[in-house]
Design a protein around this ligand. Structure first.
Ligand code: HEM
Length: 122
């Protein structure tokens, strides 16, 4: 098992990858771009997918390192946020009008996820 610090860095790296790709994709859609005109589609979706996987694996790694057994309430809500952020990547291309919404929703969800991890309110 890796150290808590390594898992935490992996968690943050995963988040950076997820939000870098989401930002690029949303901006592309806001500028009227579609699937075909996105010349770096593979890069964007691979970055997003690898980032999501890193966030999930490191999240459970940290739970184990913290001696937390099972999934407490705050971590369960983070799992839901993880799922929503994972799904958001499909929205800008399908519903371009929702791009501005995604632009603000994603960081708001990340803020809630960070708060949940730091305060563990339930
Ligand atoms: C996209 C969704 C997520 C976001 C935005 C997110 C964000 C964060 C942030 C900002 C931190 C604080 C890092 C620090 O202490 O400096 C953190 C820590 C943590 N996250 Fe996540 N996270 C997400 C998903 C998950 C998931 C799915 C799990 C596991 C089920 C998880 C488990 C944890 C744990 C255990 C910590 C460490 C808490 C501690 O050090 O006491 N996270 N997360």
């Amino acid at each position: 098992m890796l150290s808590l610090q390594v898992y935490k860095l992996a968690h943050l790296l995963g988040l950076f990858l997820v939000f870098t790709s989401l930002g690029g994709l949303v901006l592309h859609a806001m500028n009227g771009g579609d699937r075909e005109s996105n010349q770096r589609r593979g890069l964007v979706f691979a970055t997003h997918g690898i980032g999501l996987l890193l966030v999930l694996v490191s999240g459970f790694g940290m739970l184990a390192r913290l001696g937390i057994h099972g999934v407490p309430g705050w971590a369960a809500v983070k799992l839901v946020i993880w799922l929503v952020i994972g799904g958001l990547v499909a929205l800008p291309q399908r519903v371009p009008a929702a791009s501005r919404f995604v632009w603000f929703l994603a960081p708001a969800l990340a803020l809630i996820a960070g708060w949940l991890a730091l305060y563990k309110p339930f």
